[in-house]
Structures are given as structure tokens and as C-alpha cells.
Design a protein around this ligand. Structure first.
Ligand SMILES: [Zn+2]
Length: 163
């Protein structure tokens, strides 16, 4: 295992986030498997929420799919591994409220919890299977709408006289 991966794994064990991920996976009956780079894969996650095909808690990556399907999605695994690093950088569980705040801000801006979410962008939107959505139309209109001219504005009188 690379030194950085070993450090990330140790930090996420110490900060309790990997333990929480294992508890969540065990609670819902996932099949656990050690994976490369200090990750632990939990397969066949079945609860309805979160709706994602995969999500990460500490160094535990929970997948709805089984190992055969996950083996064909190395880009998704790389995306989730970056979330593991984000947990380590956030000292573990503070990642969760920070992530939900970022998801809420993204939803307000775009109508989508991922597009402007700093954590999803940092992990790679495409690798995570997300399509980047533009800012809400109301926000872009406000920014780009031309200024209304007053009758006293010299530009208006020039415009109305045909120049
Ligand atoms: Zn993600």
C-alpha cells in the first residue's frame, strides 16, 4: 500500500469514520471485502437512501452492486477513494455536516446536490457519474440582465432619437 493510502487509512480509523462505515454496512447486511489502497468495500447496500449507486463513510465504500459490477467501474472506485481522503482531511465525521451543507448550497444554485458541491467536484463529477448542471435560470438572469435606463439617462435619450 502506498504511504499516502496507509496514512489515510490510519487517520480514518483513528477519527472513527471507518468504524461508523463498518457499523452501517453490518447493520444493513452488506457483504464486506478488503480492497486495494486500504479501502473496504461493502456490497449489496439495499436501503432506499441515499439514492446513489455508491457512497463512502471513512474508508468504507458502500455499493448497491456486487463485486463483479464494481470491478468494471474503476473510475467510480477512484471517485469514492477521493471521498475517503476528504474524510481524513475533515478529521472524520465533520465531513458529514460539511458535505450536507455543500450539497444544500449546490441544490440552491443548480437544483442538483452535486454540480456545485465542492466535495463532489473535488472527487470528480464525471467519475462519480454526475452530469454538471448549470446555475438556475433565475440566478443567471439576475447576473446578466441589462440595466434599465431612466428617462434622465443620456443613453436613453440618444437611443430614442435614433442615434
Ligand atoms: Zn461522490
Amino acid at each position: 500500500m502506498h504511504r499516502r493510502d496507509r496514512l489515510r487509512s490510519a487517520l480514518n480509523w483513528m477519527n472513527g469514520s471507518t468504524l461508523l462505515g463498518l457499523a452501517a454496512a453490518k447493520l444493513v447486511g452488506c457483504e464486506l471485502r478488503p480492497a486495494s489502497r486500504g479501502l473496504i468495500f461493502a456490497h449489496h447496500y439495499s436501503p432506499r437512501l441515499p439514492k446513489a449507486s455508491a457512497f463512502t463513510v471513512g474508508n468504507v465504500v458502500l455499493f448497491r452492486a456486487g463485486p463483479e459490477v464494481v470491478a468494471r467501474r474503476p473510475r467510480l472506485v477512484e471517485h469514492e477513494a477521493r471521498h475517503c481522503t476528504q474524510y481524513a482531511l475533515c478529521f472524520g465525521l465533520p465531513f458529514l455536516p460539511a458535505y450536507f451543507l455543500a450539497a444544500g448550497a449546490s441544490w440552491l444554485l443548480t437544483g442538483d446536490p452535486a454540480s456545485r458541491n465542492v466535495f463532489e467536484r473535488g472527487a470528480g463529477l464525471q467519475e462519480g457519474g454526475y452530469v454538471e448542471r448549470p446555475l438556475r435560470a433565475a440566478l443567471t438572469r439576475r447576473v446578466s440582465a441589462p440595466r434599465r435606463l431612466r428617462s434622465s439617462d443620456p443613453l436613453r435619450s440618444r437611443h430614442s432619437s435614433g442615434q
